[in-house]
Design a protein around this ligand. Sequence first.
Ligand SMILES: C[S@@+](CC[C@H](N)C(=O)[O-])C[C@H]1O[C@@H](n2cnc3c(N)ncnc32)[C@H](O)[C@@H]1O
Length: 320
Amino acid sequence: MSSNALHVPVMLQRCLDMLAPALAQPGAVVVDCTLGLGGHSEALLRDFPEARLIALDRDPSALRLAGERLAPYGDRATLVHAVYDELPEVLDRLGVPRVQGILFDLGVSSMQLDEAGRGFAYAQDAPLDMRMDQTTGVSAAEVLNTYPPGDLVRILRTYGEEKFAKKIVDAVVRERAKEPFTNSARLVELIREALPQAAKRTGGNPAKRTFQALRIEVNGELAVLERAIPAAVRALAVGGRIAVLSYHSLEDRLVKQVFAAGASHTAPPGLPVIPEQYQPRLKLLTRGAELPTEEEIAENRRAAPARFRGAERIREEVAP
Ligand SMILES: C[S@@+](CC[C@H](N)C(=O)[O-])C[C@H]1O[C@@H](n2cnc3c(N)ncnc32)[C@H](O)[C@@H]1O
């Protein structure tokens, strides 16, 4: 895979088409909650010349690199170092009460995976860090060296869907008692040894699932997302649209649940007519999760697990 292919924004045209009806108006504000290398953001600024962009990332390197890329757009782009569940505070600080578009492109960026020193990649030996923001929080090594075995098993099973979680954690606990983990190569080797022969022959690098699980835990990814999606829906003006790209079934399930709840009425059962205050606040713009095309996956492997969902805000919250 060329590094160019790695940097192609996932389902870009679909994201632009979904947000278009909300953004083609003077004064529209669009928030990219996951700026990364700024691929989606740049396309939003280019295609919607009347819109202003607010873009968030928790990774200071992403803000630096995307900042250079988006510099030609001047003050149409405001980049903010924040975790995306801080969206309400960010909008408050900027004096923007409501926005017309919101995009989430979840997970890690190709830049984070490419930078060996960050410890996200199992293919290179590096310090086991995996923090998207290295200025705060605990590293993957600390998780591995200090968490009780039961928590590690739960993390590997739930976030990594690792069938051999118990075997791997038994080996980790045995090894960490001899010497704490610092680098990825020792963990990769241990996983390779812990897995049965048959499991090693299928499904790519056997360390992939454990690394994904540790990354999700280190960055609190699901807990943050659980707060962020409802907050984003609340920040939308009526007619505003939200688009989310997920790469993990648990992320996609969470998005699906929040959208489905917003698209359902909240009336107590048995009312013959649903009063306004109980009417749905959202209209779903995707039937189920949309997937990337075969052609896109052939050109950009990172798109393969993507699941895309969108919704439109159709009603204000009415106090009951
Ligand atoms: C898949 S990349 C985005 C790529 C981007 N759409 C592009 O086209 O270049 C995800 C980005 O979101 C950031 N990110 C992940 N979780 C975050 C969170 N909870 N708050 C803020 N940024 C987050 C990561 O640091 C990463 O830079």
